[in-house]
Design a protein around this ligand. Structure first.
Ligand SMILES: Cc1cc2nc3c(=O)[nH]c(=O)nc-3n(C[C@H](O)[C@H](O)[C@H](O)COP(=O)(O)O)c2cc1C
Length: 379
C-alpha cells in the first residue's frame, strides 16, 4: 500500500523544507508510537505494510562479520535516531543494521536552532546539531525496554561521542562512562571523534587522547564487542595512516568512513536562504552528494593501506545502486545511508539492495563479499 505513495514523496518532501528538524522529530515520535502499539491490530498491519514495501532479502547479500549476521549490507547511519526511539522498527524499513546516537554521557541540548538545513540544489544536508541527545543512562533504559519486548532483529550499533561539558583531556572517562552504561544494549560500538559540531572533538583523531580513549574502552571490553572508529573526510592521508596504526595497536574491529565534511567550496548553493549568509561562512558539516567522492577516496585509501584486512563501513553520499556499488568495490564491507534516505524516501533501501543483487549477477559474482575491494584487483 505504501508503494502507492511513492510518486507523492517529492512533493511531501518539499513541503517539509521550511522546518526539517520538526519533520524529523515528528517522524521519530510516530515511529516510536507505532512500535510501542505493536500488539494493536492496526499497528501490526502498518508495520507489516512497511516491511512489505521497503524490505528485500536475497542470499547473495547476507554476510557474517564480527560474529554478527547481516541480512544485507545497508544500514541506517547515526545521527538519524539519536535517542534510540526507533530501535525496534528499523529492520522493518529494510535496513541490514542500524547505528543509534551519537550518545554522550551527559544529556545535552545541542546547538541553537535552526541547525539542520537542506540544500536541495546539491542534494545535501548542512547540520550543526551538536550531538543533542538524552544521555547514555536514559538511552540505555529505553533500549533495555525495547529489547525486553522483542530481541534485536538486526545488528545494532551505538555511536559514542564526548559530552560538550567534558574537557578534551577527560574524554577517555566520558566515552568509558557511556560505554559501560550502554554495553549490554548494542552489538557494536563506534567511537565518534569526527563530528565537526562538538568543539575540539576532531582534534582527538590525532592526539594521545585517542590512544587513552581506546585503551580505556578495550580494557573494559575485553574483546567482547566490536569497537570501530569513525573518521572525518577532511583528514590528510598521513593522519589517516596514523589512525590505522593506532587502530591496529588497539585491536579495533573496523573503520567507519566518513563523517560529514566541513569543506563547503564548490556547492551549488551559494547563500543559505534560512540565514541569508554565504554557505562558506556557515558552521556545520555537509553530507549527501557533495561528500560522495571524497568518502569513496578515503575508503580506497584505507583498503589499500590495510590490504583489505580491516573491515570498513562506507558512508557518504550513497543515494542509489551506483553510489553504493562504488563504495563496496572501493573496499567497504558494509554501508550506511542518511541524506540519500531523506532525499529519495524509504523506498531507496529496497531499490539499492535489488540493484546490488543485479550488479553481482552481471559481474558473475555469487556473493557481496566477493565484490568488496574488487576494484583494487583491476589495477
Ligand atoms: C542531521 C545529521 C546528524 C548527524 N549526526 C551524527 C552523529 O550524531 N554521529 C555521527 O557519527 N554522524 C552523524 N552524522 C553523519 C552521518 O552519520 C553520515 O556520516 C553523514 O551524513 C554522511 O552520510 P550521508 O551522505 O549518507 O548523509 C549526522 C548527519 C546528519 C545529516
Amino acid at each position: 500500500m505504501l508503494n502507492i505513495l511513492k510518486p507523492l514523496y517529492p512533493a511531501f518532501f518539499a513541503s517539509l523544507k521550511s522546518n526539517p528538524e520538526s519533520a524529523h522529530i515528528t517522524t521519530l515520535k510516530l515511529l516510536e508510537q507505532l512500535y510501542s502499539q505493536g500488539d494493536n491490530f492496526w499497528a501490526k498491519c502498518i508495520i507489516q505494510d512497511i516491511e512489505k514495501s521497503f524490505s528485500y532479502h536475497h542470499p547473495s547479500l547476507c554476510q557474517s562479520l564480527w560474529n554478527l549476521k547481516f541480512d544485507n549490507p545497508l544500514g541506517l547511519a547515526p545521527g538519524f535516531d539519536k535517542n534510540a526511539q526507533g530501535a525496534g522498527i528499523w529492520h522493518s524499513f529494510g535496513f541490514g543494521f542500524a547505528e543509534l546516537g551519537a550518545v554522550t554521557l551527559h544529556c545535552q541540548n545541542g546547538n541553537p536552532l535552526p541547525r539542520m538545513f537542506r540544500l536541495p540544489k546539491d542534494k545535501a544536508i548542512l547540520n550543526r546539531m551538536g550531538a543533542n541527545n538524552q544521555g547514555a543512562e536514559v538511552i540505555a533504559q529505553r533500549l533495555q525496554q525495547t529489547w525486553q519486548k522483542k530481541s534485536r532483529s538486526i545488528p545494532m550499533g551505538i555511536n559514542l561521542c564526548k559530552s560538550k561539558i567534558t574537557d578534551l583531556n577527560q574524554a577517555a572517562d566520558d566515552y568509558l562512562g557511556s560505554f559501560r552504561l550502554l554495553f549490554p544494549q548494542a552489538d557494536y560500538f563506534v567511537v565518534n571523534v569526527s563530528s565537526p559540531n562538538t568543539p575540539g572533538l576532531r582534534s582527538l583523531q590525532g592526539g594521545e587522547q585517542l590512544e587513552l580513549i581506546l585503551e580505556a574502552l578495550q580494557g573494559e571490553n575485553k574483546g567482547e564487542k566490536p569497537i570501530l572508529i569513525k573518521i572525518a573526510p577532511d583528514l590528510e592521508w598521513e593522519e589517516i595512516s596514523t589512525i590505522l596504526r593506532v587502530s591496529e595497536q588497539y585491536n579495533l574491529s573496523g573503520i567507519v568512513a566518513t563523517n560529514t565534511t566541513i569543506k563547503k567550496e564548490g556547492l551549488k548553493t551559494e547563500i543559505l536562504p534560512e540565514t541569508g549568509k554565504l554557505i562558506t561562512e556557515e558552521m556545520g558539516g555537509i553530507s549527501g552528494k557533495p561528500l560522495r567522492n571524497r568518502a569513496t577516496e578515503v575508503i580506497k585509501f584505507i583498503y589499500q593501506e590495510t590490504n583489505g584486512k580491516l573491515p570498513i563501513i562506507g558512508v557518504g553520499g550513497i543515494c542509489d545502486t551506483e553510489s553504493a556499488w562504488e563504495k563496496i568495490t572501493a573496499g567497504a564491507s558494509l554501508l550506511q545511508i542518511y541524506s540519500g534516505w531523506v532525499y529519495e524516501g524509504p523506498w531507496v533501501v529496497k531499490e539499492i539492495l535489488q540493484g546490488l543483487t543485479k550488479k553481482l549477477a552481471e559481474k558473475g559474482l555469487n556473493h557481496i563479499q566477493q565484490a568488496v575491494g574488487i576494484e583494487h584487483n583491476n589495477c
